[in-house]
Design a protein around this ligand. Structure first.
Ligand SMILES: O=c1ccn([C@@H]2O[C@H](COP(=O)(O)OP(=O)(O)O[C@H]3O[C@H](CO)[C@@H](O)[C@H](O)[C@H]3O)[C@@H](O)[C@H]2O)c(=O)[nH]1
Length: 662
């Protein structure tokens, strides 16, 4: 029970078992001190630069490790009591909620998937007249509009069905894929079958229309909204299209049980080839302009699944008075203006020129000029005094799609790393911009992401130089027989064991952890490296940011391989060439050392003593790269590494090995 007799909506609980984590961190710190001492006191007489390089890479890893330790030092957990909301507030006192769903390409984000998302949020357990769902379509596709129109009709059946059966998940696509027919209750089973059939019919209609690539004339006649596409030249050149498909204020906007439906709006903001559309940030701001309606100072804002107060997004500074004022605002459901005139009047707000010479995208709304608009906007909001907390209800609040191919993941991380480092180099760097209002630990939390790019240099050095030096005969680590090897072994092994324990404790599997380790390395040697190159090119004015949309479609074969945890290569990409070259180079290193006939048995023991750690590192890297060798030489399916990438990588790896040996 809270101070004034009211029940709090959430409770903050400190994490337990911190003594283990802190002891682990302290012991790694001691290990790092020993390594530094060894690097300085055993400075070699020859080949000094490679030694310096190793030391700099290790200093970087240590620095990054300390940041993560500080961020994890004092975590808290939020326990939320969602059910208390209705006992504390009358329905009319609840705030209006606007939900923005974005789509940008019907080929990469299929309309059936988009409308399933829309239906899932329309079915939220929240007073429907307080809920408005906006779909922003940056693809300006009449196919997506058609799908939304279909969904607006299906919502009349789906929403009452969700209430009656307490459906979870509320996305019809996900629900019918995962939930079996209810067998105990004949009446319910019948209803279940009817809704499923209606959904399947709708899905088939949308999918066949998507395959056809256009909406036939007879269907276009059914809704005036399709006329808007008469003025669309291309997806990059068209006026704003705004259609209110369900007007939540209209007493006739009801489902089959007579309950009000939430508002549903379609928007394709104006696009012109000569005016930058600012990717998702532009789409979100157009929606914002249009709708009327934790432990370290809070978690970082990372885009998807975030709920904001409107005031925080609109550039206002946090103050208690502002919150009291906004809570007192009453939502007026009276129809003052007809939906059709709102459509006409609001189109201007979604035009290309509306934001010219306004603070939108700068001081107001989602920030422009960065491909990770989410992180940049989050830093700005939190530096204006707003705080964030995790809402961790038992049932997941949001479920999304993850990329199913390796290339999609690497390209997605390249975009994130590039944007994050751009923020670090800009005036919005949390240490500068957020220093007055953001707790230091929150600034550091953001830095875990902002430092992804510099991580690539240290990692690339560590995966290439020790093997290169192994072939060249340069020792970079203490002898196996020397006690100086202990801190190296301790730091690496204990650090990884801690990560494994944490992963399993959070519900993961050992195999999942192993895959994470692989992805950790692949991202660092490719995504972050390519992001570094792009950042440099951008700083020199040679390139501009591009937002490559993550594909959300996968065929059955690909899905099957994904389920079997088989890595999907399939296409040719310079990123795969880097991965395969590094994998082959380490393999060659190991093979050359292992098969060197010139070394007799006595010498073999000596070689192992001197180069033991380098050989071990090489073995670990070869193990991590197993899916790459498999993709190059053993797989026959369409997800294998293309022959052109294999041949190129063999040539590069042979060249590097030859350079090392001669
Ligand atoms: O010009 C554009 C480009 C993208 N999008 C939408 O933006 C969303 C995010 O794009 P996606 O390709 O799915 O990127 P992800 O990497 O999966 O998204 C993460 O990273 C983005 C920043 O890079 C954040 O905006 C997201 O919230 C975050 O989930 C999608 O709904 C797109 O339809 C637009 O509306 N307009």
């Amino acid at each position: 029970m809270g101070k004034n007799g009211y029940l709090p909506l959430f409770e903050t609980r400190p994490a337990r078992g911190l003594v283990f984590f802190r002891s682990y961190a302290a012991s790694i710190f001691i290990g790092i001190c020993f390594i530094c001492f060894h690097r300085v006191s055993y400075f070699p007489v020859t080949e000094r630069w490679v030694w310096v390089g190793m030391f700099v890479a290790e200093l970087w890893f240590s620095f990054y490790f300390f940041i993560t330790v500080i961020v994890k030092w004092n975590p808290v957990f939020r326990c939320t009591f969602k059910d208390r909301l209705s006992s504390r507030f009358e329905e009319e006192e609840l705030l209006g909620v606007d939900i923005f769903v974005c789509t940008a390409d019907p080929r990469l984000e299929p309309p059936t998937m988009v409308v399933s998302t829309v239906l899932s949020v329309m079915a939220y357990d929240y007073p429907p007249h307080k809920l408005s769902v906006y779909l922003s379509d940056d693809g300006c596709s009449d196919l997506t509009f058609y799908a939304l129109l279909e969904a607006s009709g299906f919502a009349q059946l789906w929403l009452p069905f969700c209430r009656k059966l307490k459906v979870e998940p509320t996305s019809p696509e996900a629900y019918f894929q995962t939930t079996p027919e209810p067998v105990d209750d004949a009446f319910m089973a019948n209803e279940w079958l009817i809704i499923k059939k209606t959904y399947e019919d709708m899905r088939i209609r949308i999918e066949s229309m998507t395959r056809l690539g256009k909406v036939p004339a007879d269907i276009r006649k059914e809704h005036k909204g399709f006329d808007e596409w008469d003025f669309v030249v291309s997806r990059h050149d068209h006026p704003s299209i705004l259609q209110i498909l369900i007007d939540g204020r209209d007493p006739n906007a009801i489902d089959i049980e007579g309950k009000a439906l939430p508002t549903l709006v379609y928007l394709a903001r104006e696009k012109r080839p000569q005016i930058h559309h600012n990717f998702k940030a532009g789409a979100l701001n157009a929606l914002l302009e249009l709708a009327g309606f934790d432990g370290n100072g809070g978690p970082c804002y990372i885009g998807t699944g975030c709920v904001h107060r409107r005031e925080s997004l609109c550039g206002m500074k946090y103050s208690k008075e502002l919150i009291v004022e906004s809570m007192a605002m009453k939502y007026d459901r009276k129809i003052i203006e007809k939906a059709s005139s709102i459509e006409e009047n609001c189109k201007a707000l979604a035009s290309c020129t509306y934001e010219e010479n306004t603070p939108w995208g700068k001081e107001m709304g989602v920030k422009y000029g960065c491909v990770v608009e989410d992180i940049l906007t989050g830093i700005c909001i939190q530096s204006r005094g707003w705080r964030s907390v995790y809402l961790t209800p038992q049932r997941e609040a949001f479920l999304g799609m993850v990329p199913t191919t390796l290339l999609d993941t690497l390209v997605q991380h390249k975009r994130w790393a590039e944007g994050d480092f751009q923020i670090f180099l800009s005036k919005h760097c949390p240490f500068v911009y957020g220093c007055q209002n953001m707790p230091l630990k929150l600034q550091l939390s953001y830095c875990i992401y902002l430092f992804w790019v510099p991580n690539c240099f240290a990692t690339l050095y560590y995966v290439f130089v020790p093997s290169f030096c192994l072939l060249k005969g340069i020792s970079l680590f203490p002898k196996i027989s020397s006690s100086w090897g202990i801190p190296y072994l301790y730091v690496i092994v204990v650090h990884r064991v801690q990560s494994l324990v944490e992963f399993v404790w959070l519900g993961g599997t050992v195999r999942g952890w192993l895959n994470e380790q692989r992805m950790w390395m692949f991202k660092r040697t490719t995504s972050y490296f390519f992001a570094a190159i792009d950042n440099i090119l951008k700083l020199c004015g040679f390139s501009k940011s591009a937002f490559i949309i993550t594909g959300k479609v996968a065929d059955d074969d690909l899905n099957r391989r994904y389920e079997q945890e088989s890595m999907e290569f399939g296409t040719s990409s310079p990123m795969f060439t880097v991965l395969a070259t590094l994998a082959l180079f380490n393999l060659f290193g190991l093979v050359v050392v292992g098969t060197n006939k010139a070394i007799n048995d006595d010498a073999r023991i000596k070689v192992f003593d001197i180069f033991g750690f380098q050989i071990l590192l090489c073995c670990v890297l070869v193990f991590v790269n197993l899916p790459i060798y498999q993709g190059m030489f053993f797989r026959k399916d369409s997800g294998k590494i293309p022959a052109s990438v294999t041949l190129r990588s063999i040539a590069f790896a042979l060249l590097a090995s030859t350079l090392a040996m001669y």
